[in-house]
Design a protein around this ligand. Structure first.
Ligand code: DON
Length: 319
């Protein structure tokens, strides 16, 4: 367990009804042991099932947090959201849409399925669509593309000491045959170019970015704040693309739970296989939950419960 030194002093956490509600939720669900840690990537199987953090960042910079908010873990699929925004900036909406659709699948995140008529992967939140998205990052070579991607993540996270977990990267790289097969299939259909191995490596690198729950809440708050990091004031993504990002999060962010999530929680969100979930309350707050125990769809069990209760209690559902 690497613990990055806290960026904020715990005494700055604001005492409020919202904070006490988070404390109560944390207490209530800490003892819930349902679900399993992900095992299909050998390095992820080592995750500690007891870890559990909830963090929320308001657009005025107030921080609410409880539990393991400074424990580092790999961002996994949550990265897909931010890379999608970057590629929209790099290539423009029309070009990206010609290579990656925006239709939910109802299938598992790793389904080997492309749209029958257009041959596009269905959306940028499933693995196939995320790999195609990553392949569109601009740069003269692999190093420049990686560095541009890390710079993008830095703008969202708001500090400079970010890095990639090499063990998880190597673990994915040596076992990710299914992702590799999908990349080749998409190349066959002209959805990704000939630099297949480079795209796959970059995709595994983005999944292996280390973040903590507090970082994720800042990233969510940046999306809630029209692309401007509320802590640093830096523009992380062009504001005109935030609605594209939030729309696909809303319809596709929770995989084959997306429909029920939209119905119950009613907010754009994205989960990852290491146990993180980000939730965006537009113009209000960014929320992140971290707990590695997953349900059969790959969403954090405690994370889903916490978000359902938060949405219901504070009336956060968009409709
Ligand atoms: O593509 C993979 O297998 C992982 N690197 C990312 C998967 C992920 O987080 C899907 N999530 N639920």
């Amino acid at each position: 367990g690497d613990n990055r030194e806290a960026e904020i002093n715990p005494s700055e956490v604001v005492a409020s009804p919202f904070q006490s509600f988070l404390n109560d939720l944390h207490l209530k669900y800490q003892s819930l042991r349902d679900g399993k840690v992900a095992t299909y990537i050998p390095e992820l199987a080592k995750a500690n099932p007891d870890l559990f953090g909830i963090c929320a960042i308001a657009l005025d910079g107030r921080v609410f947090e409880v539990g393991d908010c400074h424990q580092l873990f790999t961002i996994q699929s949550i990265s897909k959201v931010f890379v999608y925004g970057m590629v929209l900036e790099d290539r423009g909406r029309d070009y990206v849409l010609s290579k990656v659709g925006v239709e939910p699948t109802g299938d598992a995140f790793n389904a080997i399925v492309l749209d029958e008529s257009s041959k596009r992967p269905y959306n940028p939140m499933v693995n196939a669509g995320a790999i195609a998205t990553t392949s569109l990052i601009k740069g003269a070579g692999p190093t420049e593309r990686l560095n541009r991607m890390l710079d993008m993540f830095r703008r969202y996270i708001g500090h400079n000491d970010i890095f990639i977990d090499i063990s998880v990267f190597m673990s994915e790289r040596t076992t990710g045959h299914r992702n590799r097969a999908m990349a080749h299939l998409m190349h066959h259909f002209g959805m990704i170019d000939e630099k297949i191995d480079e795209a796959i490596d970059l995709y595994f690198q983005q999944c292996s970015l280390m973040v903590n729950c507090h970082d994720l809440a800042v990233m969510a708050a940046t999306l809630a704040n029209n692309g401007i990091n509320p802590i640093t004031g830096e523009q992380a993504v062009d504001s005109s693309y935030v609605k594209d990002i939030l729309s696909v999060m809303y319809t596709c962010g929770m995989y084959n739970y997306a429909g029920e999530w939209a119905y119950k929680v009613g907010l754009p969100a994205k989960s990852g296989i290491s146990g993180g979930i980000i939730v965006v309350v537009p113009n209000q707050i960014g929320i992140a939950v971290f707990s590695p125990l997953l349900d059969e769809r790959g969403n954090s069990v405690r994370g889903v419960k916490v978000c359902e209760e938060l949405s219901r209690h504070f009336g956060l559902h968009m409709f």
